[in-house]
Design a protein around this ligand. Sequence first.
Ligand SMILES: *Cc1c(COP(=O)(O)O)cnc(C)c1O
Length: 435
Amino acid sequence: MSTLAILGGTPVRREPLPMRRTMGDEEKRAVMRVMDSDKLSGFFGSPGDGWLGGPEVRGFEDKWASRYGFRSAITVNSWTTGLMAAVGAIGISPGDEVIVSPYTMSASATAILFYGGIPIFADVDAQTYNITAETIRDKITPRTKAIMVVHIFGQAAEMDAIVTLAGQHDLKVIEDAAQAPGIKYRDRYVGAIGDIGGFSLNYHKHIHTGEGGVLVTNDPALATRCQLIRNHGENLVDFVGVDDWTNMIGSNYRLTELCAAIGNEQLDKLPGLLAHRQRLAEHLSRRLAAVPGITPPKVAEGSEHAYYLYPFTIDTGALGISRSAFVKAVNAEFPTAGHWEQTVLVEGYVQPLYLAPLYQRKIALGRNGFPWQLNAGETYDYSKGICPNVERLHDNDLVYTPMVREPLTIGEMDQLADAIEKVVAGARSIASHAA
Ligand SMILES: *Cc1c(COP(=O)(O)O)cnc(C)c1O
């Protein structure tokens, strides 16, 4: 057995991992086309044709919608604002409860709070890391109005069971598909299998426009409401003609023509980028399945996986070392990362959201416990222990790598698997070294 790099042995790899290169000649030409037009935004926040944006925005929206079979796509300047628009559009009002995963980017839950809704956290499945109909069911109360499903790490959640459950209780379903663009659940693309959902176009996502997002829905009324919230709806309600006045304050969530032009080109690249990630991940999973103490991600029947990140779990009891010792030892088999993109392994994902000070103190807006204080007599429990699977994954079991992406190759997946195998085989030497 070769000596581990962390104990002075030869590392598996000495060369830094290559960085992603996301913008090509196509995007440069698209940006120049907009520059030459001098119309960097086509939006007007008042009655008239400009309320839906300029030609690049509309072209990008049409292309996204038709490519993935959604009735409408509505661009926004981030997916955080997209989530806020979705929560507003479905009519969440102060004091309404919305069930959401605690194992997600903070915005999935804070979007609910922006409309005075109360996030209620359901535990995730220990193998898919997604919330399920089973974990959601227990959290439904007479005040529940919606479910926010997050397709975490890029794997589609079990939408059939969730949509059926929602139907039984008259709940809306929002899909946070930020990490799963172009991914199917059974024969449909995620995003609008529920009522409304969408995608992030921030720099870290599969495709990006710097910042940006896309809402998708098959419900024309929800589409119009999102368009109003995106662009100063209060100025447009008469012009557009709305009957339901719930949440009709708008904002400015508009995407620029420059970003839309870039998005148009990036969208063409999405299928190739996804296929590459899936090929790398499937290879890595085959290798890791053979390593004792390591469990590669389980892709559930009927779901596809976009591998925004590649998560897996480790059995620290079987390995005989702590998760942090394992991660440090594997990372030592590669050069020190100069940039987050060159990171090899990371422990856990985000802290379970309910442990953040916002939930511990139950104050979102103002000073008086808004919105929790609206439901007098109701106790909302955000204490440690409410979602044991999430906590165990976060504290002990889950490790992820961002390496499953372009421009990395099967060769680098083999190096990662070699490094993991080496550390698992040499775990005893780390333990005795530490003793
Ligand atoms: C990235 C992300 C967001 C936020 O998207 P932005 O475009 O950065 O605002 C929300 N939810 C999830 C799950 C994400 O990964």
